[in-house]
Design a protein around this ligand. Structure first.
Ligand code: FPP
Length: 251
């Protein structure tokens, strides 16, 4: 069992002036955790919500600017209807209960992905959460829902093509910065650190453009068991990395 002192010990290794500005997380392993406990898959998602709350509180407390969580991918529609329904209901329940607490914590909520394809009752809750937290200036909590990195790039290209067609931008004005401006993450800081739980060594169609120079941190721990200690460890390890961005000089 971890003790408070253990958390504090790892926390003391973190240099608060060199924190990642934007952390993204692939929250994986809810189903396997549930199975390991002899519980139905949805119990894994319910337990995963506790980790979501923990990680938001910790990231916000440390002063991290943005946290992007992969909650539902465009591929997740292939799961059993029962699980999809339960996930949507869980999300709405979370929003109904937690927006008050997010406001207290000064957290601003955002969502990215094909939101218009989600059930209307979910869209209504999302809109309410965005509205009610829009003035907050602390952590930006960005939840990827019905999200696909490839789809986001295709939508950016389509939007850019429309702007070219409308004469708003010329073809020879296109560069990486301009293109980035069309992605869902355009107004967020660069993703410095990507965490994936449950040990899988893949990106699963998450932030494809955005993670060009992101540091990856993968743990075998299942998402429901991911706690402050793991998060601090990821940050401490991130700070030990020498980021060269393709060059030779460590920054
Ligand atoms: C991956 O575990 C997890 C998901 C697909 C859903 C994660 C969603 C939540 C924790 C709730 C989201 C809500 C908010 C507010 C962010 P898995 O089911 O793929 O696990 P497995 O790989 O072990 O089967």
């Amino acid at each position: 069992m971890k003790t408070k002192n253990e958390d504090e010990e790892i926390l003391s290794l973190i240099d608060k002036s060199r924190l990642p500005e934007h952390v993204a997380i692939i929250m994986d392993g809810n189903g396997r955790w549930a199975q390991s406990q002899g519980l139905p898959r949805i119990a894994g998602h319910q337990a995963g919500m506790k980790s979501v709350k923990r990680v938001i509180k910790t990231a916000n407390g440390l002063g991290i600017k943005a946290l992007t969580l992969y909650a539902f991918s465009t591929e997740n529609w292939s799961r059993p209807q029962k699980e999809i329904k339960a996930l949507m209901a869980l999300l709405c329940k979370y929003l109904k209960i937690e927006v008050k607490s997010l406001n207290k914590q000064n957290v601003q909520m955002r969502f990215m992905g094909r939101i218009h394809q989600l059930p209307e009752f979910v869209q209504r809750e999302l809109a309410k959460a965005i509205e009610e937290t829009s003035k907050n200036s602390g952590l930006i909590l960005n939840i990827a829902l019905n999200y696909s990195g490839r789809a986001d790039i295709v939508e950016a290209v389509s939007h850019l093509a429309k702007d070219i067609h409308a004469g708003k931008i010329q073809v020879d004005e296109i560069n990486e910065t301009v293109f980035q401006g069309y992605l869902s993450t355009s107004d967020l800081p660069e993703v410095d650190l990507l965490i994936r739980t449950s040990g899988e060594m893949r990106i699963s169609n998450f932030l494809l453009w955005e993670i060009a120079y992101t540091e990856l941190w993968i743990t075998p721990v299942y998402w429901p068991e991911f706690n402050c200690k793991h998060f601090y460890q990821a940050l401490a390890d991130y700070q030990k990395r020498k980021r060269r961005f393709g060059g030779t000089v460590a920054l």
